[in-house]
Design a protein around this ligand. Structure first.
Ligand SMILES: Cc1cc2nc3c(=O)[nH]c(=O)nc-3n(C[C@H](O)[C@H](O)[C@H](O)COP(=O)(O)OP(=O)(O)OC[C@H]3O[C@@H](n4cnc5c(N)ncnc54)[C@H](O)[C@@H]3O)c2cc1C
Length: 377
């Protein structure tokens, strides 16, 4: 796999058309207002995007992994906040598809596929980020129920989601629960003004004596972090990697357009070699990131044991490329790049988030070395 096939290229253009009409014209306003309208997520569901990883028998569109990657690239090109919503919803959908019982799949997946339910992923807490084993939320078994107590923080689309995949500690082990938003004992508080992905409607979730039935348990008791959370995070990492490619592509196009138009010292700034270098590095980075994304997609699709390392590499490279590209885009735009109403500063803030979520840059720098299968270099 070296480049997109004609079919994949056509699909990417199709996704891009949706983004151009439904997302791009509004993205900076949504960023400033700190919210995305539910209608745009409903339109994405109508296109089958919210059911991207859900099997057809439950109403999903079950894309293959390359198609899912291209969808994330296109949405990430337009708006990282909406791509973040797609990411967490896809993580929840994938977890239910993979670990749900027959009854749970039948009850939840059609709603998730239709976008009637938007899912959010609730793992992190103030005291537990990279080191997820430190989570303090507790699930206590009580008769036919579990009672949840604790506080989840930085939950993407927490302000709008209908259902949460919540991870809690139970007798020293970890379990996963699907909790509906209107469950008594759950309070959702907005966290506004985040540095980046500002429109992704992040929230804090407070569980106080929050009682859920045993049927809310996803997967076996005690299997919450591995395998449920780790498999969902693999999908999240893949999605954020491709979203970062889209973000970097957006930087490249904006930079090229501006560098061809803006004149300094009698010539377009693109004629200055130091500006050419910035654009060259950006273009090369985007191409390389896309190749790593395609490689990861092929391996995940094939169920290859090398897929996990390939996804980590793809996300690591794409997110750092996005950050560098966004920083250079602000540089190429100069003061215009710092304009609060413009795209460069939004891309710059959003790109920083890509280096923190789904495995920070430093965690990737240490993990990839450990994940490389023996015999490979
Ligand atoms: C915009 C945004 C949206 C988010 N959405 C969600 C969500 O929907 N659901 C959810 O559960 N969480 C979410 N998070 C939380 C996110 O998952 C965590 O921020 C992430 O896991 C990192 O954890 P932390 O922020 O606690 O940083 P820490 O883990 O405290 O790390 C702080 C710093 O230390 C470094 N570090 C940590 N450990 C090591 C190590 N072993 N070696 C080297 N360096 C290390 C990190 O790289 C980082 O630079 C979101 C965060 C943000 C910013």
């Amino acid at each position: 796999m070296h480049s997109l096939t004609d079919v994949q290229d056509k699909l990417l253009r199709e996704y891009r058309r949706f983004v151009q009409s439904e997302i791009e014209p509004h993205v900076n306003v949504w960023d400033q207002e700190g919210r995305v309208p539910r209608e745009v997520i409903t339109s994405m569901a109508d296109q089958g995007f919210m059911g991207a990883l859900i099997p057809a028998e439950y109403g999903g569109s079950k894309l293959n992994m390359i198609e899912f990657g291209l969808l994330n690239e296109a949405i990430g090109y337009g708006c990282s906040s909406i791509r973040s919503v797609l990411t967490v919803h896809s993580m929840v959908s994938q977890a239910v598809t993979r670990w749900g019982t027959q009854e749970q799949r039948a009850a939840w997946l059609p709603r998730l596929a239709r976008g009637e339910w938007i899912g959010a992923f609730a793992l992190s807490e103030a005291g537990a980020g990279s080191d997820v084993a430190q989570i303090g939320t507790v699930a206590t078994a009580d008769g036919d129920d579990y009672v949840l107590d604790g506080v989840k923080r930085w939950i993407t689309y927490g302000q709008g989601a209908d259902v949460f995949l919540v991870f809690a500690r139970s007798k020293g082990r970890y379990s996963a629960f699907v909790v509906e938003r209107d469950t008594p004992g759950l309070t959702v508080s907005p966290i506004d003004g985040m540095l980046g992905t500002r429109a992704s409607m992040i929230a804090e979730l407070r569980f106080e004596n929050c009682r859920v039935p045993r049927s809310a348990l996803l997967g076996r008791a005690g299997f919450g972090l591995a395998p449920v959370a780790s498999a969902a995070l693999d999908i999240g990492r893949y999605s954020v990697g491709w979203g970062s490619i889209g973000l970097a592509q957006s930087c490249l196009e904006l930079s090229l357009g501006h560098a061809r138009e803006r004149r300094a010292f009698g010539v377009p700034i693109l004629d200055h070699q130091l500006v050419q270098r910035l654009v060259t590095d950006m273009a090369t980075g985007v191409s390389a990131a896309r190749l790593l994304g395609l490689q990861a997609g092929e391996l995940v699709q094939a169920g290859d044991s090398k897929a996990v390392a390939a996804v980590w590499m793809a996300k690591y490279f794409a997110s750092t490329t996005a950050m560098r590209s966004a920083s250079d885009t602000v540089q190429i735009f100069g003061a215009h790049g710092c304009d609060p109403a413009g795209s460069p500063q939004r891309l710059f803030r959003d790109a920083k988030v890509m280096e923190i979520i789904e495995g920070s840059t430093q965690i990737q720098q240490t993990m990839i070395a450990r994940l490389i299968p023996s015999g490979e270099s």
